[in-house]
Design a protein around this ligand. Sequence first.
Ligand SMILES: [Cu+2]
Length: 390
Amino acid sequence: MFSPKFSPALGRPLLQAFSPALFAWLCMAPPAQSQAPAGNKPETKPASAKGDAKAPVAQKKKAAARSLQVSMRDGLRFDPPRLSVAPGQDFVLTVENADTTHQTHNLVLLNPGTLQATVQASMELGEKGPELHFVPKSPNVLASTTVLGPDQKVQLKLKIEKPGIYPYVCTFPGHGMVMYGALYVGEPMPELSKDPNVPSVTLQAMTAGGGRRPFIQRMFMPDTGPASIAVALPGKQNYCWDSVLCRLRYSWTGSFLDASEHWSGNGKALATLPEKPWWTAPRETLDLRFGKPESPAPKLKFRGYRVSEGLPEFHYTADGKDVFQSVTEMPEGAGIVLKYRIPEPPPMTVLILGKNTPFKTTSGEMREGALRLTADQAREFTLQLSVPQP
Ligand SMILES: [Cu+2]
């Protein structure tokens, strides 16, 4: 059995003034840096009612309370950076410091629109900061945790009646400008990549590759085979290449993959696309034929890819013939260019593009939805695909 030991500075759960619309209490798990034997994980103790004498709900078992979780993570960010709850819904927010760099953090839940002012006020606490856990006294503070050390966990029991977007922020000195998120109460959430309530630092950390470009990622992705490769081009285009069908699958503009589910789960979760693809390959588009369009589909075998200047050149064989394919971005992100190389092509190579194809070609003859290339032309050719203009 644990008996929680707190350092004087972090001694009691900190209770703030509560808005009438909300009440909260805290319960604190013992600090994990205590002398607990390995494997003895601190447990969250049952909540004890504090802070609001008018809140007998604390003693009653509330069956319907929703449980939400937010973790403090490396790189000064909350995970998830957004939460959503219905107005008037009882919920328990578990806040855990999961920062492996041993940073300490707090979480302060605020009235809508008071993030900047609260961060400012916390910076003005001066030497009073530590004893207040860096939480300024303000009616805009709806609930707050103490400063949490590594692996410490706290629960806030909450209910918010009034719809709105309630920021949560870490006011530990130096963190408030980048470490925040938002609780959506009865409000629709915008697309994550366009949410002004999510800091860009957080968005980047949630993006596969940390937002680096170019970047190559093998990942389970929506609407494609399990062996797909996602690539962030150096500008603003991204694409998914299917290594079973050996062809481009789709392309989208903007942020790369949101891989947070993938990393936090069992590794099987699908990455999500922050944007709808502006092009998805219809069935049989980009299929290769040797001889005539009616020739049987060649046997494809993916051989891997090599990387040059951060970008992959895919290699596969079609009926034993080597085919190389790479993708680059058109100037100003206006689209993508597919480059094919077939070092030893047969006398005639055909690429099925479909009628009314959006692809522009610079060589070969386009007839009835099929691009026909002589051996000379097939050694190296490109296809341009522009982002459709609205
Ligand atoms: Cu912090």
